[in-house]
Structure formats: structure tokens, C-alpha cells
Design a binder for this molecule. Structure first.
Ligand code: FAD
Length: 479
């Protein structure tokens, strides 16, 4: 809403990412066309966001279609002819601070351990046992990484996917998440396709939006930042940073849980505690792709991945990706992209550094990895998702300690406000399909609210200890 204007709609969709587009699509399919999409940025797509870098367009956000077969993202990619490459994470070499190393033994041991903890999760779930951390599970199956090479291999196989370490990650839900893309999407669904389309990953979502939004559609409110959401049993009033007001019968929040965990958007009244406990307990992880490019490659251009084992610091500039590997981008058209991903604490640390310092660090690391003087990168781009008030991280990870009931509460509607977004999907949190499927279902539910009555959604006002006999002893005070 432009400054000082008042907009009215039946439904206000808050956020124009993948889940917001999907919610709108389903509202329209149900005959509800009186909606607005409220988006702070100047374009749709949210975390599907490509940027110009070193002469090509690279994906600052999501990059893989993860899970093929009937995965709706795979279906959309096919429908709109999205250009992808099947990557191979086994096409990898390992290096430490002296050069190339052989880590085949560690790599195979870790792969077996990962399979074993997934089997363990299934077995424990069948037996109704409580959740444990992925770290506890790894130790149970005999994987206990002590050397820097074992730690580097684990980081590449675990943290590089979940964006957090096994110590904080739930064993059950790491397994659900793992299985959700090779289990639920039918025949030949196993696999990941890396998007290299120069129209950007977001192209497929923008094409979908174009089917129901006209050019300059007044229902699309870009550059409009939600500041406060006032809600009751009869409606929702949204105030924006630009000074506008939107009045709606229902609102659908698609904000990331990173946003919901902070005060970038405020609620009147405050969201109830049962809801906030669920939200605050979940994790918004950070997966920082540090984009780097050189005019001339110094690395093996036939290897897709390089893993670095730092002698002292687990995860330090660990997972490298070569974008001029055969089938990806052509070599030396303008510049050659070889970039590194860091997560969690490493990501927060890098994000907080000035660019010049990051450049110095990566040049030093590469020089030790390759045992020769590597020049400074000719181009560098540092995405700062963790400190961005529109995201506060990259995608969610299910931590140890969050129960099913917490997650149900996190997603449950509060009066006239419904909640969707990647994190709200129990099966596909973290992935685009989570955002797309959950957004669509939320659109359907809100359409029912308008047409008939709202479908009942469960929530747990209090979540009790599993063992009711457990009691706390008040801590002894000492004089
Ligand atoms: C670096 C990175 C790598 C990823 N890799 C993959 C991958 O390879 N494969 C995969 O499947 N998934 C991946 N993901 C996850 C995937 O991108 C997300 O699951 C999905 O895009 C989330 O969509 P969403 O609609 O739930 O949230 P969002 O895209 O966050 O949509 C919410 C929207 O709300 C807007 N907004 C926020 N605050 C306000 C406000 N106050 N006022 C108005 N608007 C606001 C935001 O700008 C945003 O557009 C990755 C994500 C990132 C960031």
C-alpha cells in the first residue's frame, strides 16, 4: 500500500515468495480473487533469488530441485522448461592445508554411518521411542569423528545439507527430511538437479504467478513492508512501514520462522505463548554461499566438488563447488566461478566480517589447499541472509527438543491469521516443495473459511512431559 493509503481485501497474503504465490494460486482456483500479496522487495520469488555475478546469473538462494518424480517443483521445472544439470556430489576431491589427500576410507565410513542413523531413526520411531540428536545417533552406530579429515567429510555430508551440525539436529526429522525427497515422490524420484537457467530459478514461480496476476495488477503490493499485524476474531489490520494500512478478513503469514522469531514484524495482541514456544524452538539455519570468480581457473575443472579439511577448525571454508565443471557453465566466457559454502557459526562469523577480510581469508586458505600462491578472486559476492530482516537465515532445520506438538502449534492459525512457509511443512521443511505444498494447502483452507467455515486445525495449549511422574526439585540456595 503506498504511503497513507488504505487497502481492503478478503485475504492478505503476507510475503511474495514461493508459498505466497502458491497460496494465491489455490485461492484463485477456489474462486477467491479478492486478495492482495504484500511483499517488501521489488519482485516476487523470496528466497528464489538470482543475481548477476561475474558475467552470469547465479542463485543467491535455492539452487537445486531436490527430489524428482512427482515433486511439484520438478513438475514445474518440466512444465516451464527450466535448465538444470544433474550434479554428482561423489565427483569430489579432498584437500588439507598441504594439498590433495586421500579420504576415501573416511568418506565411505561416513556414508555408511549416515545410512545407519537413518535406519536407526525409523526403528526408534516404530518403537515409539523419544527423539535423539543426530550426534547421539552417530555415536550409537559407531561414527565418532575425531580427526580433521573425518570432521571435514562429516561436514560435507551433513552440515552442507542441513546447514547445522549433528549435535543440534533431530535424528527423527533429519531422516524424515532425507526420506521425503526420495521416498514420497514415486518412481525415479531420487536425485538433485542443479539449476543453471539464466532466467533464474524464480522463473517457474513467476510464470505461475503470471497465470493469475495481470501486468501491474493492483493486488500485488511490492515495496510494501509489514510492520504490525493486529488481529481478532473478525479480521486483520496490517500496518506497513510506508505508512499504509491493509484491512482483510483473513491474513496468511508466509514469513520465514527467522522473521517470526524476531521483532521485525510485531503482533497486536502478542502471539499466545503456546504458539511462540513452537516458533522460538525451531531453527532458522544459515547456508552461506560465498561467490568467488577468477579470470583464470587454478583448480581441477573436471571435479565438481572440493572439500577442505582445516587442521583446527571444523567447517572452515569446507565445501567448494566448481561451476565450470563439464555440463555446468562454459569455461572462461567471462569469468570462472568456484565458490564455497559455510554454515551455522562459520556462516555467522563470515557474514559479520568486512568483504576485504573475507577475501584475504579465502585467498590464504586456497593457497594452502593448492600448495601455491593463489591470486585474490577477481569477483566476490557475500550474501548476508542471517542479518537480513526479511529472512534472518536461509532455511529451517528441525532441532532436537522440538516435538511434533510444538511444530503443530507453530503452524496453527491464531484467530484470523493463518501460517504457512517452508518451515511449516512437516514433511518437506527446508525445501521449495515444503513452501509450495504448504502454501497451496493454506490457500485451500482459507478459501474454505470464506466459502463455508474454517477447517478445524489442531493445537496444543499445553504440552505435558511424557513422563508425568517427573518432578523438579527447587534448586538449593546456598548462603
Ligand atoms: C541460500 C539458500 C539455499 C537454498 N537451497 C535450496 C535448494 O537447493 N533446494 C530447495 O528446495 N530449497 C532450497 N532453499 C530453501 C527455499 O529457498 C525455501 O524453502 C523457499 O524459497 C521458501 O519460500 P517461502 O515462501 O516459505 O519463504 P520466503 O521465500 O522467505 O517468502 C517470504 C517472503 O516474505 C517477504 N517478507 C519478509 N518480511 C516481510 C515484511 N516485513 N513485509 C513484507 N514482506 C516481507 C520476503 O521478502 C519473502 O519474499 C534454499 C534457501 C536459501 C536461502
Amino acid at each position: 500500500a503506498p504511503a497513507n493509503t488504505k487497502t481492503k481485501a478478503k485475504v492478505a497474503i503476507l510475503g511474495g515468495g514461493v508459498s505466497g504465490i502458491s497460496a494465491a494460486k489455490n485461492l484463485v482456483a477456489q474462486g477467491i480473487t479478492d486478495f492482495v500479496i504484500v511483499e517488501a522487495r521489488d519482485e516476487l520469488g523470496g528466497r528464489a533469488h538470482d543475481i548477476p555475478f561475474a558475467g552470469i546469473r547465479v542463485e543467491k538462494g535455492c539452487n537445486w530441485v531436490q527430489g524428482l518424480g512427482t515433486n511439484p517443483i520438478n513438475q514445474l521445472a518440466k512444465k516451464w522448461g527450466l535448465k538444470t544439470v544433474t550434479d554428482n556430489s561423489d565427483n569430489v576431491e579432498f584437500r588439507d592445508n598441504h594439498g590433495l589427500i586421500n579420504a576415501t576410507k573416511e568418506y565411505n565410513e561416513f556414508s555408511d554411518a549416515l545410512d545407519a542413523i537413518n535406519d536407526l531413526a525409523v526403528k526408534r520411531q516404530k518403537n515409539h521411542e523419544v527423539d535423539i540428536s543426530a550426534r547421539t545417533a552417530f555415536k550409537l552406530v559407531g561414527w565418532n569423528p575425531l580427526t580433521s579429515v573425518e570432521q571435514a567429510v562429516e561436514y560435507y555430508g551433513f552440515d552442507w545439507e542441513f546447514a547445522e551440525d549433528p549435535d543440534v539436529t533431530s535424528n527423527y526429522y533429519a531422516e524424515v527430511n532425507n526420506d521425503s525427497y526420495d521416498g514420497n515422490f514415486g518412481k525415479d524420484s531420487d536425485g538433485n538437479n542443479f539449476v543453471v537457467d539464466q532466467r533464474g530459478f524464480k522463473h517457474i514461480f513467476l510464470q505461475e504467478a503470471k497465470q493469475f496476476l495481470k501486468p501491474n495488477d493492483p493486488r500485488l503490493l511490492l515495496k510494501t513492508t509489514v510492520k504490525n499485524i493486529k488481529y481478532s476474531d473478525s479480521g486483520v489490520t496490517i500496518s506497513t512501514k510506508e505508512g499504509g494500512v491493509i484491512e482483510a478478513d483473513y491474513a496468511i503469514s508466509t514469513f520465514s520462522i527467522g522473521v517470526l522469531q524476531n521483532d521485525d514484524v510485531t503482533w497486536t495482541p502478542e502471539l499466545p505463548d503456546w504458539k511462540r514456544v513452537g516458533l522460538f524452538g525451531f531453527h532458522m539455519a544459515t547456508y552461506l554461499k560465498l561467490f568467488l570468480a577468477w579470470d583464470k581457473p587454478f583448480w581441477d575443472i573436471n571435479k565438481e566438488y572440493v572439500v577442505y579439511a582445516d587442521p583446527d577448525n571444523r567447517g572452515y571454508y569446507n565445501s567448494w563447488q566448481n561451476l565450470i565443471a563439464p555440463g555446468f557453465f562454459p569455461q572462461n566466457t567471462t569469468s570462472n566461478v568456484f565458490f564455497v559454502t559455510v554454515t551455522q557459526d562459520q556462516a555467522y562469523r563470515v557474514e559479520a566480517l568486512p568483504d576485504a577480510e573475507i577475501k584475504k581469508e579465502v585467498t590464504e586458505v586456497l593457497s594452502s589447499m593448492y600448495g601455491k600462491k593463489v591470486p585474490e578472486p577477481d569477483h566476490m559476492y557475500v550474501p548476508r541472509w542471517h542479518s537480513d530482516p526479511l529472512y534472518r537465515g536461509t532455511y529451517s532445520n528441525w532441532p532436537i527438543g522440538e516435538l511434533d506438538q510444538h511444530h503443530i502449534n507453530m503452524k496453527a492459525p491464531v484467530k484470523r491469521v493463518w501460517f504457512t512457509g517452508e518451515a511449516m511443512s512437516k514433511d518437506y521443511f527446508g525445501f521449495l516443495q515444503g513452501a509450495w505444498i504448504d502454501g497451496g494447502e493454506t490457500g485451500d483452507n482459507v478459501a474454505q473459511c470464506i466459502k463455508k467455515s474454517c477447517p478445524k486445525q489442531p493445537y496444543y495449549p499445553t504440552i505435558k512431559l511424557a513422563n508425568e511422574k517427573t518432578s523438579f526439585t527447587k534448586r538449593q540456595e546456598w548462603a
